[in-house]
Design a protein around this ligand. Structure first.
Ligand SMILES: NC(=O)c1ccc[n+]([C@@H]2O[C@H](COP(=O)([O-])OP(=O)(O)OC[C@H]3O[C@@H](n4cnc5c(N)ncnc54)[C@H](OP(=O)(O)O)[C@@H]3O)[C@@H](O)[C@H]2O)c1
Length: 280
């Protein structure tokens, strides 16, 4: 891979949180960036603050699930910068709710954003990576890519799917000089919780047998906020994955993410289940 200041990097989901932190860090290192998300005002303000000249940071409003937008994104990047070196698949959101009452449409939408749109974007950049003989796909998974919990099993499944895809793809792309890296964030202070709340509201508002468990889950989630670390912790890992001559296949952070992953690996499922079990 060329040094960061020569790289052209596509960052979906850059209007807030981890994606924004990635954009800030990579721009500081001199990378040329294509930032995308739906909230165009936030995206443009970020691009303007990172590069007032408008020469090195391109902001493109796009819904990552739209095929038309995916194509426009990749073509705009190629038109402006002539090549792409890396794709940081970061856009995503969570939702919670018991599987029994989650509408299938909202479940599908979560997979659409967190899995299928990432596959589609990857498919669109791969021919260019193959032709130039290098490229890096950085997939932002989660600790939830390895650990599934009650009431968030759909989001957790999207991240499990991303992990499996990444592992398979890594071998598939090895002969072409293209690498696939997975990043597993733990609790990070972003707008993730608000977005999850918005996505889950229609389900959470229905009173029913799960209501006391959902309320307890919510209280537990609020308490866990003190674990949350700033998004630059993850941006640093992305920088490492983009600059290492031979990157690790998986990175995790902050420290508590390692701890959760270790416990999940160490403990029998029934024992681990006790840590994440439903409470009233
Ligand atoms: N925060 C955490 O604790 C945590 C932990 C593990 C993994 N992660 C993962 O980290 C990634 C970033 O999340 P975050 O924590 O930074 O949350 P966030 O602040 O809510 O950011 C999510 C980003 O994804 C974009 N996005 C969502 N749906 C989109 C769509 N349909 N089209 C285009 N962009 C879309 C959002 O942009 P618009 O709304 O403007 O479109 C936003 O920029 C996600 O994949 C998440 O699963 C987060």
């Amino acid at each position: 891979m060329p040094p960061l200041r020569e790289q052209v990097i596509v960052v979906p989901g850059a209007s807030s949180g981890i994606g924004e932190a990635i954009a800030r860090r990579l721009a500081r290192e001199g990378a040329r960036l294509i930032l995308t998300a739906r909230r165009v005002d936030r995206l443009q303000a970020l691009a303007q603050s990172l590069d007032p000249s408008g020469n090195t940071v391109l902001a493109i409003a796009a819904d990552i699930t739209s095929e038309e937008d995916q194509e426009r994104l990749v073509q705009s990047a190629l038109q402006r910068f002539k090549h792409i070196d890396a794709l940081v698949n970061n856009a995503g959101y969570g939702q919670r709710g018991p599987l029994e009452i989650l509408p299938v449409t909202s479940l599908r939408q979560n997979f659409e954003v967190n899995v299928f749109s990432l596959i589609a974007l990857t498919q669109r950049v791969l021919p260019h990576f193959r032709k130039q003989g290098h490229g890096r796909i950085i997939n932002i998974s989660s600790v939830a890519g390895k650990i599934a919990r009650p009431l968030t099993s759909v989001y957790d499944s999207t991240k499990h799917a991303l992990e499996a895809l990444s592992d398979g793809l890594r071998g598939e792309l090895l002969p072409f000089g293209i690498d696939v890296v997975v990043i597993r964030p733990g609790y990070i202070a972003t707008e993730f919780a608000e977005a999850a709340q918005r996505a889950s509201e229609p389900v959470l508002d229905q009173p029913g047998p799960y209501t006391p468990y959902l309320a307890a889950y919510e209280r537990g989630y609020q308490r866990s906020h003190h674990f949350a670390r700033p998004p630059d912790v993850i941006a640093k890992l992305v920088q490492r994955a983009l600059t290492a001559r031979r990157p690790r296949t998986h990175y995790a952070g902050p420290l508590h993410a390692w701890l959760f992953l270790f416990l999940r690996w160490l403990l029998p499922a029934r024992v681990f289940d006790r840590f994440v079990r439903l409470k009233k």
